[in-house]
Write a new protein. Structure first.
Length: 260
């Protein structure tokens, strides 16, 4: 039996927690109306009117400290979660207890979709830094989608983007060499940071090299060797966890070579 997650204890059972302090509101939308991050919190390709409709569903904000777990395999699926601040990873756990990083998620992205089909979460969502999530109860989301075509369309786009993400991961793992996988991963991070108004050439790697290797299907030694190689070749500059892309074009050319 899996241990109860932070979310299960504090939101649905209303038990006190010294770390997690959920903020709830009767109307839900009030949590979003005065939020300076609302333009980043729900970035699933919705237009302005649909975003406002989604805001009506938000029931709480959940704070999870670095290393804390939002939900675990076996937890009942009740909601989707939009990352208001921070970042997290999704982890699959095999029957032998081996962990496999399945995704890296940052502000504005939605997590919790893994529980949609079976109504049971299949992966573990772990905060990589102190993070805050907006809760979107799925029963309320479904009800709103039945009444509002914009919300229904937004849900379809959300699910389609998840299918596309998984397809791209399969393509990367099935066709790319080790150096191409790492280059593709770094360029994807750059794109996502740029979409959120951050620098696309200099950012902090929230995942460790071991976690990056798990996600890319590479050994820790291989990831470390490739970072050193990219650094020596003038493609990137690495200082601890701070990464600067020196030659993004060369990284793109390296990735494109795998598709030819």
């Amino acid at each position: 039996m899996y241990a109860t997650s932070i979310l299960e204890r504090s939101i649905y059972r209303a038990e006190p927690d010294p770390v997690l302090r959920p903020r709830t509101d009767v109307t839900g939308a009030a949590l979003c109306s005065g939020c300076g991050l609302r333009h980043l919190c729900l970035t699933v390709g919705l237009d302005a009117l649909a975003t406002k409709a989604f805001e009506q569903v938000v029931s709480a904000r959940v704070r999870v400290p670095k290393g804390g777990v939002l939900c675990r395999p076996g937890d009942p699926f009740r909601a989707l979660y939009s990352i208001r601040s921070g970042s997290c990873k999704s982890v699959l756990v095999t029957e032998e207890g081996r962990e496999q990083v399945a995704g890296y998620h940052m502000r504005g992205e939605i997590v919790g979709i893994d529980g949609l089909s079976t109504r049971i979460h299949e992966s573990e969502t772990v905060a990589l830094e102190d993070s805050e999530f907006c809760t979107l109860p799925f029963d309320r989301l479904e009800e709103l989608a039945r009444r509002d075509p914009r919300v229904q369309h937004g849900l379809h786009r959300l699910l389609a983007s998840e299918v596309t993400r998984e397809r791209n991961i399969m393509l990367m793992l099935g066709t790319m060499r080790a150096e191409q996988r790492l280059a593709s991963f770094l360029l994807d991070l750059a794109r996502r940071y740029q979409e959120r108004g951050y620098s696309s050439t200099e950012f902090i790697l929230r995942m460790t090299r071991e976690e990056i290797g798990s996600f890319l299907g590479l050994k820790l030694e291989t990831v470390s060797r490739l970072f050193s190689r990219f650094h020596q070749e003038g493609l990137v500059q690495v200082r601890g966890r701070t990464l600067k892309l020196i030659d993004p074009l060369a990284l793109r050319q390296l990735v494109v070579a795998s598709l030819q």
